[in-house]
Structures are given as structure tokens and as C-alpha cells.
Design a protein around this ligand. Sequence first.
Ligand SMILES: NC(=O)c1ccc[n+]([C@@H]2O[C@H](COP(=O)([O-])OP(=O)(O)OC[C@H]3O[C@@H](n4cnc5c(N)ncnc54)[C@H](O)[C@@H]3O)[C@@H](O)[C@H]2O)c1
Length: 267
Amino acid sequence: MTDKTAPFSGRVAIVTGGGGNIGLATALRLAADGAAIALVDMDADKLASARKEITDKGGRAGTYCLDITDADDVGKTVDQIVSDFGGVDFLFNNAGYQGAFTPVPNYPEDDFQKVMMINVCGAFSVLQAVARHMVKRGFGRIVNTASMAGVEGPPNMAAYGTSKFAVVGMTQVAAKDLAPHNIRVNAISPGLIGPGYMWDRQVELQAKAGSQYFSDDPEKVAKEMIAGVPMRRYGSLEEIAGVVAFLLGEDSNYMTGVNLPISGGII
Ligand SMILES: NC(=O)c1ccc[n+]([C@@H]2O[C@H](COP(=O)([O-])OP(=O)(O)OC[C@H]3O[C@@H](n4cnc5c(N)ncnc54)[C@H](O)[C@@H]3O)[C@@H](O)[C@H]2O)c1
């Protein structure tokens, strides 16, 4: 991956949730396109294996174990990344947590706060810390991971839906504030990505939630959900990575403040 003609050759990308499914798939794509990757995650084991996957394929990656809800640590870690890599061009602001599946009257308050702390406050801390460096250089490309749950509120997911609508709002505000500094900020909204990953957890927990919207049989829930997707299929991790690469790259230079749904369907 020392190909100087690769589209992201010489670029440095921070990927949060870089040990997770979407983060790693996207980090692999960006590394294949020539970027050096700073993988950020709170799970040290996942980080180590993600780094190995990238370097085994010839890419460059560093790992940074961080809980993004600690704003002080976020600032220090981003400073460290900038010092290690000589700057930061791209941010894939992607770490997230799905929370509980419970109708509003019984939704656990502590879980609501945890989801908001990670998906909103943590994502904002990362965006802010990285944007400060990008402003100094007059260049930056940011993609936030929202969700179809931030496009249409899903049943039983009060915290997650609220948090992902907030990510879309954060994207629109940041796009306006950062445009004068040549920093573009967009969002992606993955829908039904699977089979496997968060999808399996979601189907299991929606079946257990006991609402009028889903069957209590996870297999039926899966079929009902896919029936709501126009193309009648899941999206894949690689398809998400492709959309992120598009939003970070020059082919989308006219776009900022946009939220791109992936794979449709109401969660
Ligand atoms: N998979 C889907 O179907 C789907 C759909 C829509 C949106 N999303 C969003 O995509 C993003 C990635 O999800 P995924 O499917 O790869 O899930 P995942 O669980 O595989 O990855 C999430 C990663 O974020 C990390 N993380 C969680 N809290 C953190 C914290 N406080 N500090 C640092 N790291 C933390 C986890 O350790 C994990 O590695 C999330 O924001 C999620 O909400 C996923």
C-alpha cells in the first residue's frame, strides 16, 4: 500500500470504533486507498486485531485505546495522533452503542444517559478536538455515523433514535461552522446491515420487547424488516466503507451537511 497514485496516499484518517465492524471495514478500505489509519476504540483487544488486519495487508495503522466519553482524554489522544502522524486529514466519527430495546414508559434512564454520552457527547468531543487541528491547517473531511434510526424514529429505541437524530443535527451545524475553514462534515445512516453484527442483536431484542410492531419470533422480525427495504436485502460493511470513502474523497467536494442513508428500511 505504498502506491503513491492511490487516492488517499499521504492522508491520515482517524477512525473511532475502529475495532468494531463498520470501523474496521472502513479502515481497511481507507488503508487500501493509501491513507494511514489511527484506530481509536475503548476495546484494546479489538484494536490489536484490527491493526494486525490492516498491517498484514500492507497498510499503516496505529492504535489508541480511548473511551470517547472522557473529553480530556479525547483531546490528549487527538494531540498524540497528530504528533505521531504529522497531522490529520480525515475523521470517521463512528464509535457508538445501540442501547436497550424497551418501550418509552419503562426505558431505563441510566441506559438513556449512557447512549447519549457515547453517541452524542463522545462524538461531539471527538469532532471538536479533531476540528481544532483541521482548522489550523485549513483542510479537513469528516464523516459522522448516524443511522436510519436518526432518519425515522424506531420503536423501542428511545435513546438510540434520539442520539442518532442528534448526530444528524450535529453534522448540519458543524458543516456550517467549519465550511469557512475548508472542512466538510457529512453523515451516513446505515439501515439494515447484516446478516450478523448489530443486526442480530436488534432482531433478537425487538422480538423480546413485546411491542405491537414486531413478532416475538426473531426470524419473522428479520423478514418483516427486510420487507421494508426497497431492494429487499441487507447492506454490507464494504458498501458502507465505499460511501465513507466517497464522502471523504474529492468526488464529493461539493457536499457538506448531507446525511446519506444506506440500505433504507425503517429500523
Ligand atoms: N451495524 C449496524 O447495523 C448499524 C446501523 C446503523 C448505525 N450503526 C452505527 O455504526 C457505528 C458502528 O457500529 P458497528 O455496527 O460497527 O458496531 P460495533 O459494536 O461492531 O462497533 C462499535 C465500536 O465502538 C466502540 N465503542 C463503543 N463505545 C465506545 C466508547 N465510549 N469509546 C470508544 N469506543 C467505543 C466499541 O468498542 C466497538 O468496537 C455505531 O455508531 C452504530 O450506532 C450501525
